[in-house]
Design a protein around this ligand. Sequence first.
Ligand SMILES: *[C@@H]1O[C@H](CO)[C@@H](O)[C@H](O)[C@H]1NC(C)=O
Length: 323
Amino acid sequence: MRLPLTMYLVIFVSASVVFYQYHLSKAWMISHNNSQFRDLSAGPIEKGTNYTYYASKNISQAVPCTDFSLSNPQLPPLYIITPTYRRPEQLAELTRLAHTLMLTPNIHWLVIEDAEQKTELVTDLLQRTGLSYDHLLAPMPEIYKKKKKGPKPRGVSNRNKGLAWIRKYAKDGVFYFADDDNTYDLQLFREIRYTKQVSMFPVGLITKLGVSSPIVRNGKFMGFYDGWMAGRKFPVDMAGFAVSVNFLLERPKAEMPFKPGFEEDGFLKSLVPFEPYEIELLAENCTKIWVWHTQAKRNDPSQPLDFAKYNNTNLVLLKHILV
Ligand SMILES: *[C@@H]1O[C@H](CO)[C@@H](O)[C@H](O)[C@H]1NC(C)=O
């Protein structure tokens, strides 16, 4: 059978294009591996591109990007547990935290909403980060939601859901409770990643003392400095400690109590056997502050929009983003 000349031409040109594309993609990967830079302005990361591993559930495949001091892809995985709930500041805070995590290699982000349904805007934000993540739900149990008096145990069902996820899927590495209203120095993630059991470090902007920290003398743990001791065995902030996954797995009963103000203390006590003198002191013997309890100013919900007046304008779409 004889093929016409044009057919040969078409086959030749197609083969050349495929060959060229293949080399182009290889060159792209090599240049990116060498530079350690990931182009954060490149837009959403689509499945099926060379970026797939960033969105992969398999954290061991994640590749370091812009972390300059630790470019080894064999880093222990770091699981970041972030409770969140719908409020005016939510998207702003999650955006900021996402951008910190995008600069951190080999992490898996567990974003857990106190809600019955996933917030679509949160789903969209998470997808656009290209991070390895799971978006989970953990509504506060009704008995606490109905509570009229005193503070509610916010974030507890979320964090326990995160712990359950870790028990199910994680095999090694370290986890850390990172609320969405804090500011994190990248150095924090470099250090907590190597936690053997439980590590602790100062948290800035906490209570009237301005900091919550272990007290250290000559490299030795001496006690706790915190503006609200309240008879706690571990008077520390949620952002002030990290725990090894294996340490948790060896303690099947460990979880966070629904006890406002005593969540950290209750959780750390549930890691029994574990005593304060066993704490691994990070941040250069607790002389540095790598995490700040920033807290955004509380905003009131936005006022209603006059939909009749602003019909067919951008304001209608903006109003759907706002709380
Ligand atoms: C912590 O303090 C001890 C005792 O002074 C010292 O030997 C050690 O090098 C310090 N560690 C760091 C990381 O600064």
